[in-house]
Write a protein that binds this ligand. Sequence first.
Ligand code: M6P
Ligand code: ZN
Length: 187
Amino acid sequence: MNGIEGASLFFGGGRLSGGPVERLTRRIGDLGDIFSDSEAYARLPVDRVVYEVESHFPVAGGTEGGLFVGITYIHPGKVGQEYFMTKGHFHAVRNRAEVYICIEGEGMLILMNEDHSRVWAEKMEPGSIHYINGHVAHRTANTGSGVLSFGAVWPSDAGHDYQTISEKGFSKILVEKDGVATLVNRP
Ligand code: M6P
Ligand code: ZN
């Protein structure tokens, strides 16, 4: 043995492999409370896949000082005029930051401050790197015609606060307006 080891985790061919990987699929039926147009939502098949997440958790959730890594794949589509997107969350431990790195596709990272008074977005394109401050809620939307995929790295003690988002939502939504992705006030 020469003491040289390969990485146990590998991203290639649009898939995370190697180390233990947990896979999560979110379908239309799982996402009833995030999209604004409930009539358009009701017309979509409940089993249509909106996004998938592959994650590697090298330490137990809640461990201080560790990191988690994941790849998210959002399929193209819209509910009415609103683009397919992730649930979105604050971190349960509010000061924990996160980094996203776009791999493929076109999208927007939608961000909201802690008192919900400001929502803004950053364009995601292959190679774009996004530092998400702690205290900022984050969700991603696919604005393109193919899959949007991005890598994420976040602290193992950050946790996910989905409750605040499901109760109050983001104060702006990302819709297609005259062919352009546009943030508008939530109806
Ligand atoms: C990224 C990370 C994950 C998150 C996933 C999907 O991979 O931020 O922590 O779970 O996106 O986002 P959400 O949990 O909001 O559905
Ligand atoms: Zn996060």
